[in-house]
Design a protein around this ligand. Structure first.
Ligand code: BDR
Ligand code: CA
Length: 316
């Protein structure tokens, strides 16, 4: 099994991604680190802890991290993910999942050193914690087996500005630092915008709005799979919400889920227009060597199978 730290800002799609990882035999989730993003870091931390408690995984440590981007001001996305950063809110977490001492960035560095060369880091929120970890330990990329990031929109329009995806837009300087130094695999809107998982695919979820016959976790999962408002569904021409972050975890369970290509990559920070824009030099006009990979296609059928099976297990 693959030791894994997930840096996350739950978030409806983060919640599904966490369940996928926690229910997978192929992955050993050694810790969660939390970051500002869909809501404040206090609320993302509470949401992550509540998810662990809902599936009896209080053994997984949580380390809380950055409460704001490196340089720009904090901007959160409750208008997409709901009040408190998540729809389908679970009961408040208890002392059983109290965060460990120390900052998420320090925790990432410690785990990378401990699992020297074997740790995978899945980053599914703004990259502030990862950039800070890199500042503490410049050899972080060598200490990691893999860094897989939900972020960017290389060849499709953005979801916050015409050019930028939310995680990159929220902390563009962190995204630039990580793209320049870490040779990440970027799983962006190019592939995640189509990563919906209709609730009907998950046994037992179809009746989840029938309050009398369903559990709180069933109702939450139903909300997490359908969190977009109708105008968003229309805008993106899809039938249920994009579960962006789960595609990252699915690709760690089964690498055949994603097709990736290597590019020379850069992230814009210098103007409102370019803020958070991921630029892939697809015509090789710079002549610069590739410094990362971008997911360009996905096996959605296999992806949906993996997510549905994990969600069913979480409900057993
Ligand atoms: C990304 O931004 C967040 O709102 C989601 O959780 C996901 O990580 C999608 O652009
Ligand atoms: Ca996220």
């Amino acid at each position: 099994t693959r030791p894994l730290v997930i840096d996350t800002d739950p978030g409806c799609d983060d919640a599904v991604a966490l369940l996928l990882a926690l229910e997978s035999d192929a992955l050993d989730v050694v810790g969660l680190t939390t970051v500002h993003g869909n809501t404040t870091v206090d609320a993302t931390t509470a949401n992550a802890r509540a998810i662990l408690e809902a599936v009896d995984r209080t053994d997984v440590p949580v380390a809380a991290g950055a409460d704001r981007p490196l340089l720009v001001d904090l901007e959160t996305s409750e208008h997409v993910h709901g009040e408190g950063g998540i729809k389908g809110k679970l009961p408040e977490p208890t002392a059983a999942t109290a965060p460990v001492d120390g900052h998420a960035a320090q925790y990432i560095v410690e785990q990378a050193r401990e699992h020297d060369g074997e740790l995978t880091l899945a980053a599914i929120g703004p990259l502030t914690n990862v950039a800070l970890a890199l500042a503490i330990e410049p050899d972080l990329p060598d200490l990691l087996d893999d860094l897989v990031v939900m972020g960017g929109a290389a060849f499709v329009p953005g979801n916050v500005t015409p050019l930028a995806e939310a995680n990159f837009h929220t902390d563009p300087h962190a995204a630039r630092r990580v793209v320049r130094d870490c040779e990440p695999t970027l799983v962006g809107l190019d592939v995640t915008q189509r990563a919906a998982v209709p609730p009907a695919l998950v046994d037992g979820l179809e009746a989840a709005d029938d309050a009398a016959s369903t559990t709180p976790l069933e109702r939450s999962i139903h909300e997490w799979l359908t969190y977009y408002e109708d105008d968003r569904l229309e805008r993106y021409g899809i039938e249920s919400a994009a579960i962006h972050d789960a595609l990252v975890l699915a690709s760690l369970v089964d690498e055949s889920v994603l097709e990736t290509d290597a590019y020379h990559l850069e992230v814009g920070v210098d103007s409102e227009l370019a803020r958070g824009a991921l630029v892939a030099d697809a015509n090789d006009v710079t002549g610069a060597a590739p410094n990362g990979r971008v997911a360009v296609d996905a096996d959605y059928e296999r992806y949906r199978e993996l997510v549905a099976a994990a969600l069913e297990r979480s409900l057993e």
